[in-house]
Ligand binder design. Structure first.
Ligand code: ADP
Length: 706
């Protein structure tokens, strides 16, 4: 029994121990259970706290789309009490147009597991209780409870963020707009157009970028009293009408010019400076902005714009920037136009005058040419000009002269003037006359500024003139000689008579056998002398009427006068005209053609004789005078006591003017051109008390008769 008891006791003890152990385990388990429960409770608490204090709305819905939970934030986000929402469809929180989409999406997801929107951070539009739509950012989660899906969404009101974004974007847009405006104004001002065109683009830019209904730009007139409309863009584009010219000081635009201050208003419809306020009201103009265009302290114009919107800070900033650079643009453009005009004027002048110009920097051999010079040299405009290239055009006969001039110019640094010829590709010759002025640039480097004139035509005309003058002179000499045939005959006849007489005397001596050698020699010597005299007269006449080239040599004018008086001697005698020679000895020599001088003198003497033929009641006196005039030129005067000029004195040099029955009227005009071609002058004055005086000068050649 005892054993049995012991066994029972042992089993009891064992069982008790087991129970105790189990109890400990159970306690442990309970403890951990409790712990877990506490954990759960605390995390639930945390979660609740989170949900309740979250600023985002948290809404759960079941798989039928009904709201099963809403946190307190739904009140601030959606305007609903959380309780109100329980059991309501989630679609209540979205705008009408999204509801069907939502329902379809939910059904599809439940059936297929495919999500129709991104569940994390999707932006959607939500609907507040007051009907206002607003943007939200939504994130979803799902869990399954009792075999049903529960969806929980975190809904964040992002309208503030959106507004900030929009504000930022608007600000960005404004800035981009202003940047675009500035760029466009800048581009407009650098266009290759005239001032009007450029300002037109500026006005357009104001309209396009700064909300202007229309914009206008005026420039100040040259006299500074008026504003002239140059550009108008927007609703009015015409440039005529009452605004085309505005006096400075008149209306709002003229006042802006006078005051040199901008006029800005956002009350265009009531602004006292807006003259036509009815118009402003009708056209719903809100603002006006007008700026003076001023450069340093100079007013160059005014710009103005009307807008149907108020002026913003950035618009004003942009306008005042534009005013500054448009003013600069106008000034620059004006200067350029002035320059262009004067360049065009110069080019036209060069073209008309066949004058080219160039500059030559000696140190670098940099040569700049005007277009006309390219034309003269017949080089393609723009080809680089070098001394080498120029050399190829110089006439071979002028090359050494050309090279000497270049060398002299290189180390001389003095002004120079020269004439040379070009031989063109077609073998034609051009005569050029160049005048160069030496200057020094800022660095002290030698630079020539020069003009080159194509004088080919002048040369050709001069040559033609010279030819016709000598032909005319030749003709007139022949005429004179014809008229003076009697004189000539007398001159030649005299020695011939003497020869004949002496010859007869010799014959007589021979017949009488009275040969005295001395007498015979004298007679023969006289024959030889008279023969020589006759042949000298003939050769003088031949030389006089011969057509030869002009041959300028240094001459003693008194010799020429004497020779001519011999030629005219017989006629003077015939008309019983006394000669008064007042020749000054030791005059400087003149460089002239002897025959031409003789012709001039003969012509004046012949005219003097003819003017005295009619004079019967006073002595006929021809005076020939030589001397020096005030300027040092040699002077010759032929005066007579003839009829004088009457009223015709001014016309006597006109070709074909004559008062004589068989006169040609060419003598004086030819004489004058001959004298002028020798560098002198020929003129007429009345002689005192009667008659006429013709005088001419000739430059002294530099040599003097000793
Ligand atoms: P022409 O002798 O053939 O008429 P000129 O040209 O030599 O041609 O002279 C023009 C005119 O000038 C003359 O017809 C004459 O009327 C006037 N005249 C020229 N010389 C004299 C003079 N010494 N006195 C008065 N009149 C003169």
């Amino acid at each position: 029994m005892k054993a049995a008891e012991t066994e029972v006791e042992r089993q009891v003890a064992h069982r008790t121990a087991e129970l105790a152990a189990a109890n400990v385990e159970l306690r442990k388990e309970i403890a951990s259970f409790k712990h877990a429960e506490e954990d759960r409770k605390s995390s639930e608490e945390n979660y609740r706290l989170l949900v309740e204090t979250a600023s985002d709305a948290i809404v759960s819905m079941d798989d039928r789309g009904s709201i099963v939970f809403a946190n307190p934030a739904v009140a601030t986000v959606f305007g609903y009490d959380p309780i109100e929402l329980i059991g309501k469809p989630l679609t209540l929180l979205m705008p009408e147009y999204m509801r069907e989409l939502h329902q379809g999406g939910l059904a599809r997801y439940l059936a297929t597991g495919k999500r129709h929107i991104n569940w994390q951070g999707t932006e959607l539009t939500a609907l507040r209780k007051n009907g206002e739509e607003f943007p939200i950012e939504v994130s979803f989660g799902e869990l399954t409870r009792d075999g049903h899906k529960i969806f929980t969404g975190f809904l964040r009101d992002i309208s503030k963020r959106k507004q900030a974004e929009i504000a930022l974007r608007t600000a960005m847009d404004e800035r981009t707009r202003i940047v675009a405006f500035r760029e466009e104004i800048g581009m407009a001002l650098s266009r290759q157009e005239d001032l009007k065109g450029v300002l037109h683009h500026c006005a357009h830019a104001i309209v396009r970028h700064l909300d202007a209904a229309f914009a206008r730009i005026w420039t100040l007139s040259a006299n500074g009293r008026e504003l002239e409309l140059q550009a108008s863009a927007g609703m009015y584009t015409h440039l005529d009408g009452p605004h085309s010219r505005i006096s400075v000081g008149q209306h709002k635009i003229g006042l802006i010019a006078q005051e040199r201050k901008p006029h800005l208003t956002n009350e265009a419809q009531s602004d006292p400076r807006v003259t036509d306020r009815d118009w402003a009201r009708r056209e719903k103009m809100i603002s006006f902005a007008g700026y003076p265009l001023v450069l340093e302290d100079r007013l160059v114009g005014v710009m103005g714009m009307f807008s149907q919107r108020p002026l913003t800070e950035s618009t004003l900033e942009a306008l005042s920037f534009a005013a500054g650079i448009i003013a600069q643009g106008i000034e620059r453009r004006r200067a350029e136009e002035g320059l262009r005009r004067s360049e065009a004027f110069l080019a036209e002048g060069q073209r008309l005058g066949q004058i080219g110009s160039y500059s030559w920097r000696v140190a670098t051999d940099k040569i700049e040419w005007s277009n006309e010079l390219y034309r003269i040299y017949e080089f393609e405009v723009g080809v680089p000009v070098t001394l080498e290239l120029l050399r190829t055009r110089v006439h071979p006969q002028d090359l050494s002269l050309y090279e000497k001039m270049v060398e002299k110019a290189k180390d001389g640094g003095n002004d120079f003037e020269w004439q040379f010829r070009l031989l063109m590709a077609d073998q034609s010759i051009k005569y050029l006359h160049s005048v160069a002025h030496a200057t020094r640039d800022q660095d002290g480097q030698l630079e020539y500024i020069a003009v080159v004139q194509d004088v080919t035509e002048r040369r050709q005309t001069e040559e033609a003139l010279e030819r016709s003058r000598s032909e005319l002179a030749q003709m007139s000499r022949l005429t004179t000689m014809g008229e003076m045939a009697a004189s000539i005959a007398h001159e030649v006849n005299q020695p011939l008579t003497a020869v004949t007489n002496n010859g007869n005397a010799c014959l007589r001596l021979l017949a009488n056998h009275n040969l005295e050698p001395d007498v015979l020699r004298r007679a023969l010597e006289e024959i030889v002398a008279d023969g020589t005299r006759a042949s000298a007269v003939l050769s003088r006449i031949r030389a006089f009427i011969k057509k030869g080239p002009v041959d300028k040599i240094p001459l003693d004018i008194n010799d020429v006068i004497q020779e001519v008086l011999v030629l005219a001697g017989r006629e003077l005698e015939e008309h019983r005209i006394s000669i008064d020679r007042k020749l000054t000895a030791g005059l400087p020599l003149v460089l002239a053609d002897r025959i031409q001088l003789q012709q001039v003198l003969l012509n004046l003497i012949k005219n003097g004789i003819e003017a005295m033929i009619a004079v019967a009641n006073r002595p006929r006196l021809l005076c020939v005078r030589s001397g020096i005039d005030k300027s040092g030129d040699v002077l010759v005067a032929v005066s007579d006591s003839g009829t004088g000029f009457g009223l015709e004195m001014d016309r006597v040099f006109t070709p074909f003017f004559t008062t004589k029955a068989n006169g040609m009227g060419m003598g004086l005009s030819i004489s004058r051109s001959l004298v002028e071609s020798q560098g002198g002058r020929l003129w007429a004055t009345p002689n005192s008390p009667h008659g006429a005086e013709f005088s001419f000068t000739l430059p002294a050649s530099g040599g003097e008769l000793s």
